[in-house]
Design a protein around this ligand. Structure first.
Ligand SMILES: [Zn+2]
Length: 583
């Protein structure tokens, strides 16, 4: 079982989970299939020195001109310079901060901060520190996040199942043929044995090739939030999809590919299969060579509720481009909504025949999400009443949307709804105040963290997939930015510092995103193997900030997953700068 799928448990047990507790899910993967991936690795290590070359820790992609720009330094230097990367000319110089001691549960070391926020001239630079040398190059400019957004979003395309996919990036070619064309057998979902309900398409979930409705939920939800919040920034970014230029914006075309599969997960009466999966994780290799039979699972109420939310979202956002498709989404949403109303109790999917991922959180906040998206799409009173009943005692999280808890998506839809007059004014006030309070905590976490990590630095703040949460926190910051009664630049500045952390200002001094920035991960826990496919955020360090290795056998730190990528797509979309237009 992959602990990634036990996220809520990890939240409470994180302090007690050390490396020795990890059992790689693919320890049985034939080593000869991964010859480039053999590295020395001690699962019991507790003393983690900074990796070589990680003494200057700085965002290795770039900064918008008005961004806060900071690097975290080891050593005792008192001065630093920023040089033009091409000419070596000094563009900026400054004094290093007094030493700062990081928490034992963070990086546990003495560091200093170099602040070069005042450097705003576009260009390509390196940081130079006496005794430490020079950093990897980084850019300053208005469009530094455009290409990362494009590559990370194209990562979703490269996860497509059932079709051929290919890409070229940094001189490498990535390709696989059509895969999993036999999806999905009905044997484990009531039969008849050997019968197939066609369920090809959709995205592979992560480093494995299975497909899970609940994780698709938060993933698509975050991608549509990117669309809702930043459409004017991203709608013209070319993703080079097979569907590009055929009438639908590229991001929506990629989402539609997932929808074509999601429809197949619904039964006639409205219940929704929880997942489509092999019975175990044993296969390792290219997806088009995977011989594993793959089965539809029985239904679950959480999957069914997420399905309603997704179909309501699809009905709203696809309508402009394809009204018939939007009608189909809305009909599917209504059918599953009626089924949920007739089955008001949580119903966990029976997954006892499987030894693959379990995304099985209680359905309560997923029903909340279904209700609010159905209301925003239709304006009907009943789902609004259902949402407001469920939302009365809720507050925003600190970690942003995740597959186990989608309340932040639901509450955000309510607070930014187009039908403002229908809402309960007291509830709107309460939720807005709570959101601003949580966003303020995130801003403060980032401010006091010497690596600009906005989550915090206790043991509980590092767990399987925490990089995905760090990226997802920018959703709360951007929501606060939109709803704050007075302008507060710290929200968007903190969201940029979050990206800076993920792309290099961290203990490892490296990008946590494949194919982007300096020294990105190369040996993913990804069945497609080496070299790492581009555009993917890895799960990140735990149980503290030091404990990450670029090691394929470590799914808990070096796997990739659609939900984490969706968080990063959202985080990046906020800072895309169209090449034409007024922004
Ligand atoms: Zn596939």
């Amino acid at each position: 079982m992959q602990l990634r799928h036990l996220f809520p448990l990890m939240m409470t047990l994180a302090a007690g989970i050390g490396a020795s507790a990890q059992t790689p899910a693919t320890a049985n993967a034939p080593a000869q299939q991964n010859p480039a991936q053999r590295q020395s690795y001690d699962w019991r290590r507790t003393d983690i020195p900074p990796p070589p070359g990680a003494s200057i820790r700085v965002n290795t992609v770039g900064f918008l001109p008005d961004a806060v720009k900071r690097a975290t330094l080891l050593g005792t230097a008192t001065q630093f310079s920023v040089l033009d990367a091409d000419t070596g000319a000094v563009a900026f110089s400054g004094a290093v901060s007094a030493p700062v001691r990081t928490a034992p549960t963070d990086t546990d070391e003495e560091v200093r901060i170099a602040d070069f926020t005042a450097l705003q001239a576009p260009g390509r630079y390196v940081l130079e520190v006496p005794g430490l040398g020079r950093s990897a190059p980084f850019a300053v400019g208005p469009q530094v996040w455009n290409e990362p957004y494009r590559i990370v979003t194209r990562g979703m395309y490269l996860w497509r199942c059932g079709v051929e996919v290919s890409a070229q990036w940094q001189g490498r070619t990535f390709h696989h043929g059509p895969c999993h064309l036999g999806d999905g057998l009905l044997d484990l979902a009531g039969g008849p044995a050997g019968a197939v309900k066609p369920s090809t398409g959709g995205w592979h979930d992560a480093g494995d090739y299975n497909k899970y409705v609940v994780n698709a939920g938060v993933t698509v939800g975050l991608m549509f939030k990117a669309w809702e919040h930043f459409r004017d920034r991203i709608e013209r970014v070319p993703l080079d999809l097979p569907e590009s230029g055929k009438g639908m914006r590229d991001l929506l075309a990629e989402l539609r590919f997932e929808y074509d599969w999601l429809f197949t997960m619904q039964d006639e009466d409205g219940r929704v299969h929880d997942k489509l999966s092999a019975v175990d994780f044993k296969y390792w290799g290219s997806p088009d060579k995977d011989p594993s039979p793959r089965y539809l699972s029985p239904w679950g109420s959480t999957a069914t509720a997420d399905f309603v939310a997704l179909m309501a979202l699809g009905a709203r956002h696809f309508r402009e481009f394809d009204p018939a498709y939007a009608d189909r989404c809305l009909a599917a949403a209504r059918r599953s909504w009626e089924f949920l109303l007739a089955h008001p109790e949580h119903h966990a999917a029976d997954l006892s025949a499987f030894h693959t991922g379990v995304y099985g959180p209680p359905d309560s906040v997923h029903r909340l999400w279904a209700a609010v998206e159905l209301w925003e799409t239709t304006g009907e009173a009943a789902p609004l009443a259902e949402f407001e009943r469920r939302a009365q005692s809720l507050e925003f999280t600190l970690g942003g949307p995740n597959w186990g808890d989608v309340r932040d998506l639901a509450l955000g839809t309510y607070l930014t709804a187009s039908r403002k007059e229908a809402r309960n004014a007291g509830l709107v006030r309460h939720l807005t105040g709570n959101l601003l309070s949580q966003a303020g905590r995130i801003v403060e976490n980032c401010r006091v963290n010497p690596h600009g990590r906005p989550y915090g630095a206790t043991r509980a703040d590092f767990y399987w997939g925490c990089n995905g949460s760090v990226a997802a926190q920018t959703y709360l910051l951007q929501l606060a930015d939109r709803l704050s009664p007075a302008p507060e630049p710290a929200y968007r500045q903190t969201a940029q510092q979050t990206l800076a952390h993920l792309f290099g200002r961290n203990f490892h001094g490296r990008s946590y995103v494949t194919g982007l920035g300096a020294n990105p991960p190369e040996h993913l826990h990804d069945r497609r193997g080496d070299p790492a496919w581009p555009g993917y955020l890895v799960g990140g360090p735990h149980p503290d900030a030091r404990f990450y290795f670029d090691e394929w056998r470590d799914p808990s730190r070096n796997e990739i997953a659609i939900n984490w990528n969706a968080s990063l797509i959202y985080a990046l979309a906020a800072f895309v700068q169209p090449r034409t237009g007024t922004q």
